[in-house]
Ligand binder design. Structure first.
Ligand code: ATP
Length: 355
């Protein structure tokens, strides 16, 4: 697939500090790419530079192969949808969506046809005559999206577009937006700090931290194969275990974990080396008797949270260490607090992290 947006070593400095530092990224045509990270990590600044609202301090941005260094926002093949919908309150829904086309002097019949088509797409076919304040938050957001896509942009930039909606509507709109993106085959660059939203919607996620890219990959790669502690911790829940390699046994390296040991597949590790691994709670099993496998840590039930289909456990494995376990409610018996248990996992399900 061809590259639609390219960031080539882009940095942005405000005063003396970097909001974005040396970011290089190729975004493919038709891709749904999400910039994900905590507040202040530089997501919005990156998006604003692509839109042309901010100028990079260094580096260049290319859209559809063209260098954007001196191209004004309104001459770029992009449209932006913000969290604040910024609709014109005195205009009808139809006129809000038609506004850009009227400014471009598109013919009346064509405007009518294009606006009605996008109104249908965002499921607001009967709402054209209403004013924004006569709509719910979710409906207003759909109008904002309709207004952006009616111009047939090559790239749509979306900055936390669902941030103001309640959880249920947000989840519904996530799926709607994803379907719309697939239908239109427009490149979406989407900003969110919500990891679940990113996992649900994206073809590819770029995790940012302190102005830099920590990792870029498919939702599966980001969740299953986090490369750094930051990514493992930020996406979903995990156990991060750090310890020294005590010995190498066949294909496994043993890692001290309090007074016990866990194992990771060996990859030329050296005895004495300090390592960090991530193990997802749902990869961990809970037993009332010691297990035969490689890892079987002795502990006690410290906390148990029942959330319907799942049970989340915190197991105290001694020396101030805890292991989070998540199991299907039907898989485990109802163990009382302080019961002695054993936690085990397949060493292949742990991921070794870069620092
Ligand atoms: P959020 O999720 O809170 O919107 P973000 O990841 O989008 O955060 P940015 O808005 O890109 O982060 O901000 C990155 C850093 O740059 C922050 O430290 C912010 O304070 C700083 N910053 C952003 N815009 C400006 C500005 N116009 N002037 C000075 N500093 C700025």
């Amino acid at each position: 697939m061809e590259t639609m947006v390219q960031l080539d070593n882009v940095s942005k400095k405000f005063d003396e500090s970097y909001a974005v530092e040396n970011v290089s990224l190729n975004i493919k045509s038709g891709e749904f790419l999400t910039l994900l990270g905590p507040s202040g990590c530089g997501k919005t600044t990156t998006l604003r530079m692509i839109a042309g609202f901010e100028k990079p301090t260094s580096g260049s941005i290319y859209i559809n192969g063209k260098k954007m260094d001196n191209i004004e926002p309104y001459h770029r093949e992009v449209n932006t949808v913000f969290q604040s919908y910024s609709l014109f309150p005195h205009m009808t829904v139809f006129d809000n969506i038609a506004f850009g086309l009227k400014m471009k002097k598109v013919k009346k019949e064509e405007i009518e046809e294009r606006v009605n088509k996008v109104l249908k797409m965002v499921q607001l076919a009967d709402f054209g005559k209403r004013k924004p304040k006569q709509l719910s938050g979710g409906q207003q957001q759909r109008v904002a999206i309709a207004r952006a896509i009616v111009n047939n942009p090559s790239v749509l930039l979306l900055d936390e577009p669902l941030g103001a909606l309640d959880l249920k509507l947000r989840k519904q709109m996530q799926l709607e937006l994803k379907h719309l993106q697939q239908e239109l085959n427009i490149t979406f660059i989407y900003v969110t700090h919500d990891q679940e939203e990113a996992l649900t919607m994206s073809d590819r996620i770029v995790v940012m931290n302190a102005g830099k890219i920590e990792q870029a990959g498919t939702p599966y790669e980001i969740y299953e194969k986090p490369q750094t502690r930051f990514v493992a911790d930020f996406i979903g829940e995990t156990n991060i275990i750090g310890g020294n390699v005590t010995e190498i046994k066949e294909n496994y390296a043993a890692l001290e974990f309090g007074s016990q040991e866990v194992y990771v597949p060996n990859n030329n590790y050296q005895t004495g080396e300090k390592m960090f691994i991530s193990v997802r709670p749902e990869k961990i099993h809970l037993h009332t008797v010691q297990q035969e496998g490689k890892i079987s840590l002795k502990g006690r039930v410290k906390e148990k949270v029942y959330i319907g289909s799942l049970v989340k456990w915190i197991i105290d494995v001694g020396n101030g260490n805890e292991v989070k376990v998540q199991q299907s409610a039907s898989d485990v018996e109802d163990l009382a607090l302080d019961t002695e248990v054993f936690v085990s996992w397949n060493p292949d399900n742990s991921v070794v992290l870069k620092q």
